[in-house]
Ligand binder design. Structure first.
Ligand code: FAD
Length: 386
C-alpha cells in the first residue's frame, strides 16, 4: 500500500519493518505488515485513497483462519506453534479470528497452550476415539466442522499426519490444496497467496484458490517461525459435538511401537553440521559425524551425499529433504544448489567450507572458508578436542 507520514504523527521519520518514511516525502509503497497497520490505526500514516477501498473489501470477506492442532501422545506438534505464528499475521491482515481445531481424548491444558501461542479460539473435539490419529475419524470430524463454521483458510503441518489428512478433507469438501508451501500471504483482493517451489525448485510458484473455500495449504515443519509464548493471552475454548462411533473406523490400532533407534531431529536442532559430495567417499563422512558430535549438533547432508549412500535419507536437507532453521548451519563440501538452499536458507547463521570461491553457497553464507575441507575440518576437530 502507499502511505506517507500524517500531520498528527509526533515523529519526523518512521522505521516500519525496515522501510524508512520521512515527513514531507510523497506517498511511498510499503508492505502490508502489522507495524504499518498499527501506524495507520493510530493515524500516524495517511493511506492513498484507492488503497483504503482495497483494504475494506479484504476485511469484509469470509470468516476465520483455522489451524489444525496436531497432537501426539497429548503433546502439540511443534509445527502447530509455527503455523499459529504465520496464521496470526494472516488473520490480522484479514481482520478475522484465528481459530484452531484440536482433536484429542482429553484437553489437559492443550487448548490453553494454543491460545498462548496466538489462537483466539480453540475448537475442542474430545472423544476417546480421537486419542490417536485415525484417518477416517479425524477426516469426518474436521469435514463436519469446516462445513459448519466455513473458515476461509485452513492450514496444516506437512507432517505424516497432515499429509494424510489434508488431501482427504480437500476432496470431501471440493476445494484445492497447496502442499509444502514455503510462504503464505494475503493478496490485495484478500486471497491466500501460497508460495512453493516448483519444477525441481527452479521457480517459486505463487498459487491462489479464488473459486473454492476454504483455501487450504500444508506447510513443512521448520519453515515458519513461532511467536513467543504469551501466558497472559486470553481466548475461548468451544466444544465441538463429536458424531463418530466405532462403525466409522476402517482400521484398528493394535499397538503403538516407538522406534528405538536414535531419531534424527533436524527440524528442532540448534546446530547442524552438513556434508556434501565434496567429502568424496563414505568413510570421509565420519569427519562430519565427529565434528557434529563435538558441537553437540545433528548431522545433515546434501542429496548428493544421500544418493551416494554415504548417509541415510532422514539426514537430507533441502526441497525433497527436511527444512531446517537452526542457530548455526555448517555446510561442508556442499555447493549450495537451489534445492539445498530451499531447506536451510532460514538458518540464523550459515558457515560454508568449500574450495570453490564461486560456489553458490557463499551467496547466502554469513562466513565462508575457501579452502580444502580435509585441511579445515580436522583442524576444527583438533581445536575443539583441546
Ligand atoms: P555438488 O553440487 O557436487 O557440490 C560439491 C561441492 O563440494 C562443490 O561446490 C565443490 O567445490 C566442493 N568440494 C569438493 N571437494 C572439496 C574439498 N576437498 N574441500 C572443500 N570443498 C570441496 N539437493 C539437496 O541437497 N537437497 C534436496 O532436497 C534436493 N532436492 C532435489 C529435488 C529435485 C527435484 C532435484 C532435481 C534436485 C534436488 N537436489 C537436492 C539435488 C541438487 O540439485 C544438487 O544436485 C545437490 O544439492 C548437490 O549436492 P552437493 O552440493 O553435495 O554436491
Amino acid at each position: 500500500m502507499k502511505v506517507k507520514i500524517s500531520p498528527i504523527c509526533p515523529e519526523s521519520s518512521l522505521n516500519l519493518g525496515g522501510v524508512i518514511l520521512i515527513r514531507g516525502e510523497d506517498f511511498k509503497e510499503v508492505p502490508d505488515i502489522p507495524e504499518v497497520r498499527n501506524a495507520v490505526d493510530k493515524g500516524y500514516l495517511e493511506v492513498l485513497k484507492e488503497e483504503k477501498k482495497k483494504t475494506k473489501s479484504v476485511k469484509k470477506e469470509g470468516s476465520e483462519v483455522l489451524v489444525f492442532a496436531e497432537q501426539r501422545n497429548n503433546k502439540i506438534a511443534r509445527v502447530v506453534f509455527e503455523l499459529l505464528g504465520k496464521a496470526r499475521e494472516l488473520a490480522d491482515k484479514l481482520n478475522v479470528k484465528l481459530a484452531t481445531i484440536l482433536l484429542t481424548e482429553k484437553d489437559n491444558g492443550l487448548s490453553n497452550q494454543l491460545i498462548q501461542y496466538g489462537a483466539d479460539r480453540v475448537y475442542l473435539a474430545e472423544n476417546s476415539l480421537l486419542k490417536n490419529y485415525q484417518t477416517e475419524l479425524y477426516t469426518k470430524v474436521i469435514v463436519e466442522h469446516i462445513k459448519k463454521t466455513k473458515p476461509q483458510i485452513v492450514i496444516y503441518g506437512a507432517t505424516n499426519i497432515g499429509r494424510d489428512l489434508a488431501p482427504r478433507i480437500a476432496q470431501r469438501i471440493t476445494t484445492g490444496l497447496t502442499a509444502d508451501c514455503t510462504g503464505l500471504d494475503i493478496t490485495e483482493e484478500g486471497l491466500l497467496l501460497q508460495t512453493r517451489p516448483a519444477f525441481g525448485g527452479n521457480i517459486m510458484a505463487q498459487i491462489v484458490c479464488p473459486k473454492h473455500r476454504p483455501q487450504m495449504a500444508t506447510i513443512r515443519p521448520g519453515v515458519m517461525k513461532a511467536k513467543e509464548k504469551d501466558k497472559k493471552r486470553n481466548g475461548e475454548t468451544i466444544r465441538v459435538e463429536v458424531k463418530i462411533s466405532e462403525k466409522d473406523k476402517k482400521t484398528e490400532i493394535i499397538k503403538i511401537i516407538r522406534e528405538t533407534k536414535k531419531k534424527v531431529n533436524l527440524e528442532e536442532a540448534k546446530i547442524i553440521v552438513s556434508g556434501g559430495r565434496g567429502l568424496g567417499k563414505k568413510e570421509n563422512f565420519k569427519l562430519i559425524e565427529e565434528l557434529a558430535s563435538l558441537l553437540n549438533a545433528e548431522v545433515g547432508a546434501s542429496r548428493a551425499a544421500v544418493d551416494a549412500g554415504w548417509i541415510s535419507k532422514e539426514h537430507q536437507v533441502g526441497q525433497t529433504g527436511k527444512t531446517v532453521r537452526p542457530k548455526l548451519y555448517l555446510a561442508i563440501g556442499i555447493s549450495g544448489s537451489i534445492q539445498h538452499k530451499a531447506g536451510m536458507q532460514n538458518s540464523d547463521l550459515i558457515i560454508a567450507i568449500n574450495k570453490d570461491p564461486e560456489a553458490p553457497i557463499f551467496q547466502i553464507a554469513d562466513y565462508g572458508i575457501v579452502d580444502d575441507l580435509f585441511k579445515i575440518v580436522p583442524e576444527m576437530i583438533k581445536q575443539l578436542k583441546q
